[in-house]
Design a protein around this ligand. Structure first.
Ligand code: FAD
Length: 293
């Protein structure tokens, strides 16, 4: 991780939303309120007449997602694990207390299945005879533009509209922009829509002095939620040896170390660690049991 900081900005119509967010106990503990001039000093591309107030979270960090991913892969291989790609699961059945898993790359057997199929978790559940949890994939778009010349843009915080209408942040010498869209989608290889990029450009140009003429790279992905927008982690209440790690929404990367550690404990029927309980984790709020009718 490397220090970045996050600046939540509000215009005059959004002060209520900013105050409401700022008063949440865990937000209040990690943030401080800023006047418009102080917000402008941190993120100088903001228009002076746009920002009415802001909230700054100094301890927010950039995460090296590639390094994190490679680290997990390395540790898996070090422990004798094997990654099998292009192995779409097409059937699941139980035989003699074990799962038989039919895939495009052959047949596997396992005592326990961990359903971590992202937007596709309900499809896997149906194959296993488990009840779907109502996963809803939501498309989110992001794209890169040049940072303004002669600026210190690499030092700007991540800047987020308090109603999540847009965000931007420095990324390897350029700026990453998003309209923070949440468009319902079926499970698929998501693709960025020109309209979502145009919306982001419009919103960000209204809030900042950035003039966006050239989009260099664009992509979209799915963030998958259940109705209460909390993760789903734990054994299925009805189907034996079927474990869910699902609905990680927009935070599956930054929560991966904690969710992974929690899942490892629950999979082995061990108690939740004290430090997690002290942080306020209520296991029933993420249990798959909450969907059982
Ligand atoms: C634009 C954007 C910005 C984001 N920003 C952040 C952020 O700042 N911080 C953060 O923490 N998170 C962020 N996220 C969210 C994060 O990417 C997700 O929470 C995370 O990827 C979810 O991980 P997952 O393993 O549950 O699902 P996925 O990453 O979707 O993985 C599921 C896997 O299951 C496989 N699969 C599906 N069906 C089958 C099948 N039948 N057989 C075999 N394999 C199958 C898929 O191919 C896929 O590889 C962002 C997402 C997007 C799109």
């Amino acid at each position: 991780m490397s220090p970045r900081g996050t600046l939540y900005v509000a215009n005059a119509q959004q002060l209520g939303a900013l105050n409401e967010f700022a008063s949440l106990p865990d937000v209040a503990a990690g943030t401080r309120q800023l006047e418009a001039s102080a917000a402008h000093a941190l993120s100088p591309c903001l228009r002076g007449d746009y920002v009415a107030a802001a909230l700054y979270e100094p301890d927010a960090c950039d995460l090296d997602v590639h390094a994190l991913h490679q680290g997990y892969l390395r540790r898996l291989r070090d422990r004798g694990g094997k990654v099998v790609n292009n192995a779409g699961v097409t059937a699941l059945r139980r035989r003699d207390g074990a799962w038989i898993i039919t895939t495009d790359a052959g047949t596997f057997s396992a005592r326990t299945i961990i359903n971590a199929a992202g937007a596709w978790v309900d499809e896997i559940a149906v194959l296993a005879g488990a009840a779907p949890i109502g996963i809803q994939p939501l498309r989110r778009t992001a794209f890169m533009v040049d940072a303004p010349t002669n600026s210190d843009a690499d030092r700007w915080p991540m800047t987020i509209d308090i109603d999540e209408q847009f965000y931007f942040k420095p990324d390897a010498g350029r700026l990453l922009l998003s309209p923070a869209d949440e468009t319902p989608s079926t499970p698929c290889d998501a693709w960025p829509e020109d309209m979502d990029i145009a919306i982001a450009v419009d919103r960000i140009e209204q809030a900042t002095t950035l003039s966006i003429t050239h989009v260099q790279q664009k992509w979209a992905g799915l963030r998958s939620f259940v109705e209460d927008r909390s993760p789903v982690v734990g054994y299925d209440p009805k189907v034996e040896d079927f474990f869910w790690i699902a609905a990680l929404g927009g935070y599956g990367i930054q929560t991966a170390p904690a969710v992974g550690r929690l899942a490892a404990l629950l999979l082995r029927h061990q108690p939740v660690a004290d430090d997690m309980l002290e942080l306020g984790l209520d296991i029933s709020s993420i249990a798959p049991q909450r969907f059982a009718s």
